[in-house]
Structure formats: C-alpha cells, structure tokens
Ligand binder design. Structure first.
Ligand code: FES
Length: 74
C-alpha cells in the first residue's frame, strides 16, 4: 500500500479551469466553489493541445501547477 497520490492523465481537452482559491473539492479543477467560499479569487484558464496527453497533479506538491512534475515521487 502506498500513500502517494499520482497524477491524472488528461487527453482531448482544449482548456481547463484551474482553481486558485484552494477551496475546490476537485482540485486542481475549479468547481465554482470560489463563488461562495473563495474570497474573490477566480480560476485560471490553461490552454491545452487536445491531441496531447497531460499528467495533471492531484497531490498539491507540484511546482508547475496544474501539471505533474513528479514531486509525488520525491
Ligand atoms: S473553485 Fe477555486 S477558483 Fe473556482
């Protein structure tokens, strides 16, 4: 058993909304919680190539949000 949370693979998306308020229950994605809990912060739109597969960080440790930088391994 491991306590590491690995990345999620994401393919076929042209853009994602990345949470900046840290209140989303679906981090790193914005779930609109900023409207009620976020204190005025808005999500960041990140453009993607829909033909590529991205590793999206799910562990909060990345230095390159929202992308996995393998910090969950270190
Ligand atoms: S829920 Fe955090 S920016 Fe939208």
């Amino acid at each position: 058993m491991t306590d590491q949370i690995g990345p999620e693979e994401l393919t076929g998306e042209e853009e994602i909304l990345v949470c900046t308020c840290m209140q989303s229950r679906h981090w790193p994605y914005c779930d609109a919680s900023h409207h009620t809990l976020g204190g005025g912060k808005e999500p960041v739109v990140v453009s993607l190539d829909k033909n590529k597969t991205y590793k999206i960080c799910k562990c909060f440790k990345t230095k390159n949000r929202p992308f996995c930088d393998d910090s969950h391994i270190k």
